[in-house]
Design a protein around this ligand. Structure first.
Ligand SMILES: C[S@@+](CC[C@H](N)C(=O)[O-])C[C@H]1O[C@@H](n2cnc3c(N)ncnc32)[C@H](O)[C@@H]1O
Length: 349
């Protein structure tokens, strides 16, 4: 587990209801994000990283909106996000694509969002990212599997908005591994490279032979959504509660949290689901706040912050206490479990 947070970086947070649970670095709340977000101080948040329910044709269990009403619905959250972000804050929004009802033509809803947010609400589109999930199953079944007239849809749009033109960002925090060709070049730049101007006008000079400890990442993020999710999945299984059906992989928020924030900054997820964002923020020593309207999701998300070998009794206790409206300090649970283990070890000795 990450180090405990130094006391001086606690930020003022005005939320009126008690959190469902707290950790060393964060607080998870159950409720409507419109109400909860409006209670945060203005200009206080460094990053809102989130994935809302998508505008799908097939309604999912967590309340997707129709495509036609979707943009109006999402805008209400976005207006508040704009107010709550610090001037150099960022809003990162992961959106899956969708087809129009009954025809093999794409909905434009996810492309209309950056146009509306920038033209009408005042955001700046800092960069458009694309999350390629190679492990995605072919869909929609009708057009891809049955009629075979469309390719499988495996890319989500991830819009990175700034409150101003210059949101805080440091790409050196998210460098990727050099390609084999680049590694060879770095071993012996003189032998490998013949500096000359490219047709594009780029002057490929000696500077390209400098080792920067990694390559600049591109805006195509290849992340399979097949990770094990550590204690979350196994804990849900062991007490037979449903896992969240639309989690994003931890590598997605990890990229943006490292890229756009520094330790001690505040990261908020307004549609937190299983709280992947809070879990990553905790590991990265960022303060975090998460909101979700479904108590079952909030209760199960607490498992992410318990030890992997938490007993069934502890899991059930945490889950049921949160569901019945108690506010839980998960760090206290962790130290209690450690004590119990130490006690039983000394009995055995
Ligand atoms: C796509 S899921 C997010 C999954 C999350 N990224 C994860 O990794 O688990 C969207 C979540 O938004 C929540 N939600 C929908 N409307 C909401 C609202 N008005 N306020 C708070 N949460 C809401 C749903 O309950 C659902 O869990």
């Amino acid at each position: 587990m990450p180090k405990a947070k130094p006391k001086h970086i606690d930020k003022p947070q005005n939320i009126l209801i008690p959190p469902s649970y707290t950790t060393d670095w964060g607080k998870a709340y159950c409720g409507d994000s419109i109400e909860l977000l409006s209670q945060l101080p203005n200009d206080s948040v460094n990053l809102v990283m989130t994935s809302p329910p998508f505008a799908l044709q097939r309604r999912k269990e967590y309340g997707n909106k129709d495509q036609s009403e979707y943009i109006g619905w999402l805008s209400e959250f976005a207006k508040l996000v704009l107010k709550k972000l610090k001037p150099d804050g960022s809003f990162v929004l992961d959106l899956g694509g969708a087809y129009r009802k009954g025809i093999p033509a794409r909905s434009l809803y996810n492309f209309r969002i950056p146009i509306h947010f920038c033209d009408d609400l005042g955001f700046y589109l800092a960069e458009d990212f694309y999350w390629f999930n190679p492990s995605k199953l072919p869909s929609p079944i009708e057009w891809v599997n049955k009629r075979k007239i469309r390719a499988k849809d495996a890319v989500n749009t991830v819009w990175w908005f700034g409150k101003t033109e210059y949101p805080k960002a440091d790409v050196t925090k998210v460098l990727t591994e050099y390609s084999d060709r680049m590694k060879k070049l770095l071993e012996d730049p003189d032998k490998f490279y013949d500096p000359k101007k490219r047709p594009s006008g780029h002057d490929i000079g000696k500077g390209f032979g400098k080792n920067n400890n990694g390559a600049i990442p591109s805006n195509l993020l290849q992340i399979p959504n097949s990770e094990s999710n550590g204690s979350y999945m196994s804990s849900c299984k062991s007490i037979s509660v449903k896992r969240h059906p639309a989690r994003f992989p931890a590598k997605l928020p990890e990229f943006f949290i490292r890229f756009l924030t520094e330790p001690g900054d505040l990261v908020v997820d307004i549609f937190a689901g299983s709280n992947t964002t809070g879990y990553v923020a905790e590991k990265e020593q960022r303060e975090w706040i998460s909101f979700d309207s479904e108590i079952d999701y909030v209760a199960a998300s607490a498992f992410r912050f318990l030890e992997k070998n938490a007993s069934v009794d502890t899991l059930r206790d945490v889950y049921e206490s949160i569901k019945s409206g108690h506010s839980i300090k998960l760090s206290a649970y962790r130290s209690q479990m450690r004590l119990l283990r130490e006690k039983s070890a000394s009995y055995e000795a």
